[in-house]
Design a binder for this molecule. Sequence first.
Ligand code: SAM
Ligand code: SF4
Length: 379
Amino acid sequence: MSKKELGIYIHIPFCKQKCYYCDFVSFANRTNCVKEYIESLIKEIENYKLEEYIVTTIYIGGGTPSYIESKYIEKIINKIKEKFEIDNQCEITIEVNPGTVTKQKLEKYKESGINRISIGLQTIDNNLLKQIGRIHTYEEFIKTYKDAQIVGLKNINIDLIIGIPNQKLEDIEKEIKEVIKLNPNHISTYSLIVEEGTILEQKIQKKEYKLPSEEVEREMYWYIKKELEKNGYIHYEISNFSKKDKMSKHNKNCWEQKEYIGLGVAAHSYIDNIRYSNIEDIEKYISNIKSKNFQKNVIIQERQTAEDKKKEYMLLGLRKIEGVSIREFKNKFNENPLFKFKEELEKLKKDKLIEIQKDKIKLTNEGIDLANIVWEEFV
Ligand SMILES: C[S@@+](CC[C@H](N)C(=O)[O-])C[C@H]1O[C@@H](n2cnc3c(N)ncnc32)[C@H](O)[C@@H]1O
Ligand code: SF4
């Protein structure tokens, strides 16, 4: 029997400084427990027994994985290779943050088998970078980008955020020109989310910062799409663009409801129709592993019924610009999505949020702008 595909996500919850907008599970000033954390992560990997799977993607995210010493990243990758069967074409990505990464670290990543890096730039404007609590300048980003190319890490993603306080459409026009000049394989553009409890939220509430209007934010988005498409990028998911054949396998697998395991605090897993996550507390995570109480680190989020799975498949699939394939839905669930979700789809079609073209159910441009309303139909 052929093996099932598996993705692995590794969470490194350490950052040099907390960015004002970020509510990811990541902590500044916690370097004291890095060693113990990695030892626990290694034990968590050892505790998995998934012989019927072959690993096709590994994603080391955070937090800032490039903030910790590269020997820890090597240890993690070596342990995964020892414990799991790894596909020859396995995509191995690490998130790096300018200001925490050196050429030596990048060389070590390359040696350990990493073949894709994702660099958090967010914006090329040094004033805006400072204003959102980033630790680096645009010039430092350029150094990281060039170093990565020099060591042979050529498959690069750049993360950008749009809709930053005081950001103008002209800033985005300049930014996208600069980014296109660098010619990365992949670009992610996230619309700024003002998360509860963040410094950013406080500053907006106190009227220290003013967000661009929603209209301007949408103009930025559609401008980026137009420019990137003009320059050979494929818009393949609401926030993601790539050169041909350079889509992120890791992302694609998530949107196609493929199985993955997440290791480390707060990491999410989806396997055997169960969605679960690890606890967020680093101390508890380490102590549960020390006492071999692996199950105590796990919180079950959802045991999916067949119905849940079909709805989720639509919700995830509609994130992709190409949409959900009716044929693939039928193959997977033995049912036609056009009948299964007749009411929901008719309503969305009437509101011009989706369209049905040959084999595909996909978002319209209005649907892309109002994606949250579309998701609600499948929750
Ligand atoms: C988990 S972060 C890790 C990357 C790395 N630590 C860094 O910041 O460069 C992944 C990406 O999510 C995006 N992100 C994080 N918080 C966000 C927010 N509140 N709104 C929009 N995008 C956000 C940023 O683009 C960031 O690069
Ligand atoms: S955006 Fe990245 S660097 Fe900033 S706090 Fe979040 S995880 Fe850390």
